[in-house]
Design a protein around this ligand. Structure first.
Ligand SMILES: Cc1cc2nc3c(=O)[nH]c(=O)nc-3n(C[C@H](O)[C@H](O)[C@H](O)COP(=O)(O)O)c2cc1C
Length: 228
């Protein structure tokens, strides 16, 4: 059975948020094509995770067998969030552009996911690249929206795009390789003109196509699971 983890990071409510509209569309299309899929929702826009602090870092970098009770408590939310990522085959992430980067809520979520011993290992015997991801083989669908436009590679605002590269840099913590990141972005939201309308239509089409593609892939994978 396929498990989809839906993350929403917009600070806006469902009826005003374009990224929530796209994550809902993706989820509904996937469920329509694959009704057996399980969906986990995590709304960090509505219920942001707290920023990590010195107690979190102290607890995270203390080996599990040496942890005091308060450390387990401080890591409980992180453990729950990591369990959701671990369970997922596909992560669909509503990721608005805020001040050219990711919303603080999304950064806070990533700070809870990137955990030594749970989502990455660290070994200086590996030389200059000591970090290795622990999770693997997941798909990430990033559904974004921007007020301006031209943030794609080669675009007039490519140099300002601190959102997509930051998600890509951290994706290995979610078990996602660069080839398995699929990004759809609405643009021109602040212009509210026909370019924005065209962008919304194109993004909806691309989102539906991705959902159908992953529903087919997951059905094929499910069919390949040996019975018993
Ligand atoms: C706090 C805030 C910061 C924003 N910063 C940017 C920005 O740096 N660049 C941009 O193109 N749009 C920016 N926007 C516009 C949003 O990216 C756009 O409204 C998008 O649709 C928000 O996603 P949502 O509709 O899911 O809430 C910003 C909007 C907000 C609310």
């Amino acid at each position: 059975m396929t498990t989809l983890l839906r993350i929403d990071a917009s600070a806006q409510q469902q009826d005003r948020s374009l990224t929530r509209m796209l994550t809902a569309l993706f989820t509904n299309e996937l469920l329509h094509a694959n009704p057996d899929a399980k969906v986990i929702t995590r709304d960090i826009g509505k219920d942001p995770v707290p920023a990590i602090d010195h107690r979190f870092v102290h607890a995270a970098f203390t080996p599990p067998e040496a942890r005091e009770d308060w450390m387990a408590g401080r890591l409980a939310l992180s453990d729950a969030l990591i369990d959701e990522v671990t369970a997922a085959d596909i992560i669909v992430m509503g990721a608005p552009m805020y001040n050219y980067g990711m919303p603080a809520a999304l950064k806070g979520w990533i700070d809870h996911i990137a955990r030594i011993g749970r989502t990455f290992s660290f070994d200086l015997a590996r030389g200059d690249f000591p970090i290795e991801p622990i999770l693997k083989d997941k798909q990430l669908v990033v559904l974004s929206s921007r007020g301006e436009f031209g943030f794609e590679p080669g675009g007039p605002r490519a140099h300002l795009n601190a959102l997509d590269p930051a998600i890509a840099a951290c994706a290995h913590y979610f078990g996602v390789s660069t080839a398995n990141i699929h990004t759809v972005a609405i643009e021109y939201q602040e212009f509210k003109d026909e370019r924005h309308e065209r962008s919304v239509i194109a993004a909806k089409d691309a989102t539906r196509a991705l959902a159908r593609r992953f529903a087919q892939v997951s059905e094929t994978n499910d069919a390949c699971v040996p019975a018993g």
